[in-house]
Design a protein around this ligand. Structure first.
Ligand SMILES: [Zn+2]
Length: 390
């Protein structure tokens, strides 16, 4: 194996060995500081100016890494630099279902097996190898390495980036696994809870209470009408599922056949295509749920189960998309998963999702990064650095 690839494997081994699960379940949720510190060390050795942005107090709190190489960012609109971005956290894992220890990188059959190897700790050593080969000397615009916390749970790391954290950069590459194909579009997602509140009572006389289970058919009919409207009005042919979707996910309520059901929780998700704003969906649904509550004489309230992730679209032909297409030799497309791209785009960055490995093996036992993606990944990123920073 050539020295560069050996170095990538050795760095990935160190990153995988640092547990960094993020999860809404506190039993699983852990700090990502080990990965941040390890990456900070790698970046420092290449000459990056390293800054750790603590999201929580204390040495074990979550953090982002913002590292810059090349010239000081200039004032005003004189931009052009590039951000190489990724998340440091992984999803939880089923240890018993892995063939090897998920935190010990294992090399076999042309693959590097380990938790987060492809989603997406593997991107970092590949990006750093590209930087090492290009060198800092010729950079005329800043080159950033950005490593975020909590992408797999709340996307808090990307949401809480300071607006001026990436000064002097005009484009970003998020190295999520796309087999090195540029992606300029994905759906957004919102997860909402609805609570129906009536009045419980003895089932022998229905007039003693307000049974919220009786309202469920009308609730589902209202939501079904709304999703049909959304599907008729919004469409994006680049997506495998071209319309917005709404999934009815959970329904919990009642406790006994002889009690009027006074309370019920229902939850659903909506996956928005670009152009469909979650605030508009919330507004319409709040109005229609309010009407439903009035019609049935019950209280209905909706709340966010997690903060929404907006849909993402970088226009075809933008400077960043064209550069990514040139660097990879592929036309930019769409993916089915959400990323931090809308948050980087909100910072004014021309953003493209593109990285080594395949999402098909992510979030499951025996996740791996194919060795065959390392050299092409390094070369694609080198071309991007050349385009944006030279
Ligand atoms: Zn990911």
């Amino acid at each position: 194996m050539p020295t560069t690839e050996q170095q990538v494997v050795s760095q990935l081994k160190q990153l995988v060995a640092q547990p960094s699960v993020s999860s809404p379940d506190p039993h699983w949720d852990a700090s990502n500081r080990g990965v941040i510190e390890t990456l900070a060390g790698f970046a420092d050795r290449l000459g990056f100016q390293v800054e750790v942005q603590a999201l929580d107090p204390g040495p074990d709190g979550k953090a982002n890494l913002i590292a810059r190489l090349g010239p000081e960012p200039t004032q005003g609109n004189d931009r052009g630099g590039l951000v190489l971005a990724g998340h440091t956290d992984t999803v939880p894992f089923d240890e018993g279902r892995w063939a090897t220890d998920p935190l010990t990188l294992a090399e076999r059959d042309g693959g590097l097996y380990g938790l987060g190897s492809t989603d997406m700790k593997g991107f970092f050593p590949v990006a750093l190898a590209a930087v090492a080969e290009v060198g800092a000397a010729g950079l005329r615009a800043p080159l950033y390495l950005l490593a975020t916390a909590d992408e797999e749970s709340t996307m808090r790391g990307a949401r809480e980036l300071p607006v001026d954290a990436l000064r002097g950069a005009s484009a970003a590459i998020i190295g999520e696994p796309t087999n090195l194909k540029p992606v300029r579009l994905h759906k957004g997602i919102m997860m909402q809870g609805v609570r129906l509140q009536g009045r419980s009572g003895h089932s022998s006389d229905p007039a003693l209470g307000r049974n919220v289970i009786e309202v469920v058919p009308a609730l589902l009919a209202m939501l079904d009408d709304y999703r049909r409207e959304l599907a008729a009005e919004h469409r994006c042919e680049l997506l495998a599922v071209p319309t917005p979707t709404m999934n009815f996910g959970c329904l919990h309520g009642g406790d006994s056949p002889n009690r009027i059901c006074g309370e019920l929780d229902f939850s659903f998700d909506v996956r928005m295509v670009p152009g469909l704003d979650y605030a508009d969906i919330e507004q319409t649904l709040n109005q229609r749920l309010g009407q439903l509550g009035q019609d049935y004489g019950i209280e209905i309230g909706m709340h966010r189960l997690v903060e929404p992730v907006p849909a993402f679209e970088q226009p075809a032909g933008s400077a960043g998309v064209s550069a990514a297409e040139d660097a990879s030799g592929e036309t930019a497309g769409a993916v089915n998963f959400a990323t931090e791209a809308p948050f980087l785009q909100q910072l004014g960055l021309d953003t493209v999702v593109m990285g080594p490995g395949s999402i098909d093996v992510a979030h499951q036992p025996n996740e791996f990064m194919p060795m065959s993606q390392l050299r092409p990944g390094i070369d694609v990123i080198k071309r991007l650095i050349g385009h944006h920073c030279h």
